[in-house]
Design a protein around this ligand. Structure first.
Ligand code: C5P
Length: 408
């Protein structure tokens, strides 16, 4: 099942100011288009030195605007018309000069004029800085960035890493897909604004010896989707992840662990700091009773060594038993191969949690789509088949409606 195009029906003005990162704006235009958005490109004169309007027109299917005096707009006021049509303005790349112009409210070329003239309440401004690390670190730039944030802009990045100038540091524009994800996030309802959520994800790995271990087929995708959806919904999110190869969702704090015992040790001090706990991790039920320092060797007898197992701590049940005041509102997951609802209801009671989210384990492992059944004391509710991010967004909405807020 391909993901629901999250930007379907959205119209984005993509503004380019001067910088070598303009080449990434071409990819961004395509990513936004793939996500369902229509894209109108506006370029400054400096941007035209780095990439041609023709390239951007070909990628978006719309002629690019570069001048305040462009007569194509019927009203002869492109700065007004473009901003009124847009659901968001995304400036990527935003040069140091362009950010300074925004901070000052300058209006002497089309892109800054358009940013100033857009209806700010209905049309968010997202700004992706791209510049040399010294320029980024300069107090003047930092002052300007703080000013545009205070004025309501959302600043995306920048990232640290290799720079086109050969230096290494902070100032790289985020990658196209990261920017596209951030645009999607800007449109998500803020169900969890001001709240905090802790989530466990992925499998655990229980070492037998330095080269072998016990693990399971959990990919971590559902838990990472929950972390992303919660962050998009405005929550402060901490993700405790078992061994998986997945990128950390933007704005999420991640703690990597390997074994169930490490996961518990990471979760316990965090739990009282969060209002909501979602346990999606497929924690190994058992671990080898003894850890062997060196690789276990065949002894030539033809007999396999006995593998004695001991039970792992139940992280969810432990958190659900924390005293009031330290205990977040807990959500468990149940991956079953049959009798979904009966097993989920059993877990609801056994673990002492208010909500269990059931799914058919073997049908969802390592896949991008899933079907969820929400089981609580009141009854059951199915969230029908969709990609995991769409389901995670629905689940976050359900959690927000059920979890009592600390402020309440
Ligand atoms: O007991 P079972 O593994 O079926 O329960 C699944 C739920 O409990 C999931 O939410 C899982 O993250 C959590 N769990 C846990 N610690 C364990 C086992 C499961 O937190 N040791």
């Amino acid at each position: 099942m391909s993901p629901t195009p999250a930007l379907r029906g959205k119209h984005i003005v993509l503004g380019l100011s001067g910088g070598i990162a303009c080449y990434k704006a071409a990819e961004l235009a395509r990513a936004l288009g793939r996500a369902g958005a229509s894209v109108q490109v506006v370029m400054t004169e400096a941007a035209e030195r780095f990439i041609t309007p023709m390239t951007m027109q070909a990628l978006t299917g719309r002629p690019v605007f570069t001048s305040t005096w462009d007569a194509r707009e019927a009203s002869a006021m492109p700065h007004i018309a473009l901003g009124r049509e847009a659901d968001a303005v995304v400036v990527a790349p935003a040069s140091a000069d362009f950010i300074a112009r925004l901070a000052q409210g300058r209006a002497d070329e089309l892109l800054s004029l358009l940013c100033l003239a857009r209806p700010a309440a209905a049309c968010p401004l997202l700004v992706a800085p791209a510049m040399n690390r010294e320029m980024w670190a300069h107090p003047a730039t930092q002052r300007n960035v703080a000013q545009i944030i205070a004025d309501g802009a959302v600043v995306l990045g920048p990232a640290a890493g290799d720079q086109a100038c050969g230096e290494v540091g902070e100032g790289r524009m985020l990658e196209a897909q990261e920017l596209c994800d951030a645009v999607e996030a800007a449109f998500q309802p803020k169900w969890l604004a001001g709240r905090s959520l802790l989530v466990t994800a992925g499998p655990t790995y229980e070492a037998i010896d330095p080269v072998r271990g016990i693990t399971n087929r959990s990919s971590g995708k559902m838990g990472f989707a929950v972390a992303r959806a919660a962050a998009e919904a405005g929550a402060r999110v901490t993700l405790v992840a078992g061994p998986v190869h997945l990128a950390t969702p933007q704005g999420v704090r991640r703690i990597d662990v390997r074994s169930a015992e490490q996961m518990l040790a990471a979760v316990l001090p965090e739990a009282p700091q969060h209002e909501i706990f979602v346990a999606t991790a497929a924690v190994a039920d058992w671990r080898p009773a003894r850890h062997t320092e060196h690789k276990v060797k065949k002894d030539g007898s033809g007999r396999a060594p006995a593998l004695e197992l001991t039970e792992n701590p139940d992280i969810l049940a432990t958190v659900a038993r924390l005293p009031m005041g330290q205990r977040p509102w807990c959500v468990g997951f149940a991956a079953e191969s049959q009798d979904l609802v009966r097993h989920a209801r059993d877990k609801l009671v056994r673990k002492g949690v208010p909500l269990i989210v059931a799914n058919l384990g073997p049908a969802t492992f390592d896949r991008d789509d899933n079907v969820l059944v929400l089981v609580d004391a009141q009854g059951e509710r199915e969230l029908p088949g969709a990609d995991k991010l769409t389901l995670a967004r629905l689940l976050v909405q359900e959690i927000a409606a059920r979890a009592p807020s600390a402020a309440a």
